[in-house]
Design a protein around this ligand. Structure first.
Ligand code: HEM
Length: 433
């Protein structure tokens, strides 16, 4: 058994609950919009779960839920909790999106696209090319002896993989620019006008680009995702061009930033915990699965998912009216001590992880959501991240955090590391080729 590592100060919340109850005090509700919450949300997660399991945040006009059981229920009971709240987040960039659909419309569209994301299909079709992309990226800095892993690897790999999935050449520089602009757009809570304009422009350019690709594939289909979307039918109906374009945009937004952040987080958790050596990680693929599952539980890259109550509904701590907007605090639910033992600790060997299910709809953690909208790209993210980390650790066997570097998280809806500064013995391109 491996040693259990305390990840203080990143990310560890003090166990203030028992002290508070001893002193018989009642903490004020946490301020979700404060700089303190942005810096370190973990103590607030605990206060929400323990004292304010249902809390109306007036400035957001949203009801905050944080307990594992409540968040799971909101994900799974799609008849009561509608996903149409996604429209507010995605428009005007994306007109129609799978995430924002409910009921029969969602089922029909999901059936169209899900075959392309089945594990076997993915591995056969793009498994080798994911490893190639990872190798290319590692070789681009392997001779340097030092790297910001977020900048040189994590921000680049997911967009390359999505391009390969779509069947588009990955030396297309515009794609990376569009990706960054769309990621910035979706995190633009301060409503910066320039970021909004750049994101919208990027969305239009990508849409036009995809329009041209769709015309080519309709004339001469291949085995890529755009061709599949152009040719597949359910109940005699296919996807029109607008729907396919929207889906391409959604993939970039949903599959890019999430995977990017998870890559950086997993590497830093692993190197920081020091529980297992890199040789062991390469020899035993199950260890990388464990590392990824535990990273997704402890520091999910998507912290907040919204839903709208279709009817008056009772949750822990009270009742919300029909039409209420709910914020599901995934990060808090994943650390609920009622569900996970030593829930603030990065534990590679936790017994309650059920790793063999961690990347399927039966996952215990909620980083991929749950129920009908469970992440359609979960198998892809799993394959991509474990493939990438195997290549990384094989090529740079003594990779370590740079002395003095402390991983720092940022972000409200999506959250990850700003940078991951790593050192290693330089490897010449000749040796790594
Ligand atoms: C570690 C990486 C990832 C995480 C943590 C993640 C997280 C999530 C979550 C939480 C949802 C549920 C949203 C909801 O219930 O409202 C979701 C849905 C979705 N994800 Fe992912 N995702 C990841 C990777 C990917 C990738 C690689 C792709 C595709 C390239 C992707 C595409 C999608 C799509 C299309 C949906 C909508 C599914 C539906 O509404 O039925 N995701 N993801």
């Amino acid at each position: 058994m491996g040693m259990r590592v305390c990840s203080r100060p990143w990310p560890q919340s003090p166990n203030t609950l028992s002290l508070r109850s001893m002193l018989d005090t009642y903490p004020p509700p946490p301020d979700l919009l404060s700089a303190e919450f942005e810096r370190c949300p973990y103590p607030a997660y605990e206060t929400f779960r323990s004292h304010y399991p249902l809390f109306h945040e007036e400035r957001l006009n949203a009801w905050i839920i944080s307990r594992y059981d409540d968040v799971t229920r909101a994900f799974r009971d799609a008849d009561t909790f509608s996903s149409r709240s996604w429209n507010d987040q995605l428009r005007p960039l994306v007109q129609q999106s799978l995430m924002a659909m409910d009921g029969e419309e969602h089922t029909r569209h999901r059936r169209l696209i899900s075959p392309a994301f089945h594990r076997r299909q993915l591995t056969d079709r793009i498994g080798d090319s994911v490893a190639d992309c990872a190798r290319q990226l590692v070789h681009s800095f392997a001779a340097d002896g030092t790297v910001d892993f977020c900048e040189r690897f994590a921000r680049r790999l997911p967009v390359k993989v999505i391009m390969r999935l779509l069947g588009v050449s990955d030396d297309h520089d515009d794609f990376r620019r569009w990706y960054r602009a769309i990621v910035d757009y979706s995190g633009n809570f301060a409503q910066d006008a320039e970021i909004a304009r750049a994101g919208f422009r990027a969305g239009q350019e990508l849409s036009e680009f995809l329009g041209r690709q769709i015309r080519l594939r309709r004339a001469d289909p291949g085995d890529d995702l755009i061709s599949l979307l152009c040719t597949s039918e359910v109940d005699g109906a296919g996807m029109d061009d607008e729907m396919i374009k929207s889906f391409g945009l959604v993939l970039l937004a949903a599959g890019g930033e999430t995977t990017e952040k998870t890559l950086g987080l997993t590497v830093c958790h692993l190197l920081r915990s020091g529980t297992v050596g890199q040789a062991a990680l390469i020899d035993d693929p199950a260890l990388l699965d464990r590392a990824l599952a535990e990273t997704l539980r402890l520091t999910p890259p998507v912290r907040v998912i919204t839903r709208v109550a279709r009817r008056t509904v009772t949750l822990s701590g009270g009742t919300v009216p029909a039409g209420a907007l709910l914020f599901l605090l995934v990060g808090a639910a994943n650390r609920d001590p009622a569900r996970f033992r030593a829930s603030d600790t990065f534990d590679l060997f936790r017994a309650d992880a059920e790793v063999d299910r961690a990347f399927t709809g039966a996952a215990q953690h909620l980083a991929f959501g749950s129920g009908r909208h469970f992440c359609v790209g979960a198998a892809l993210a799993h394959m991509e991240i474990t493939t990438a980390l195997r290549v990384l650790f094989q090529t740079l066997p003594d990779l370590r955090l740079r002395p003095g570097f402390e991983p720092r998280e940022a972000g409200f809806v999506t959250r990850g590391l700003q940078e991951a500064l790593l050192d290693f013995t330089p490897v010449s391109a000749h040796t790594t080729a």
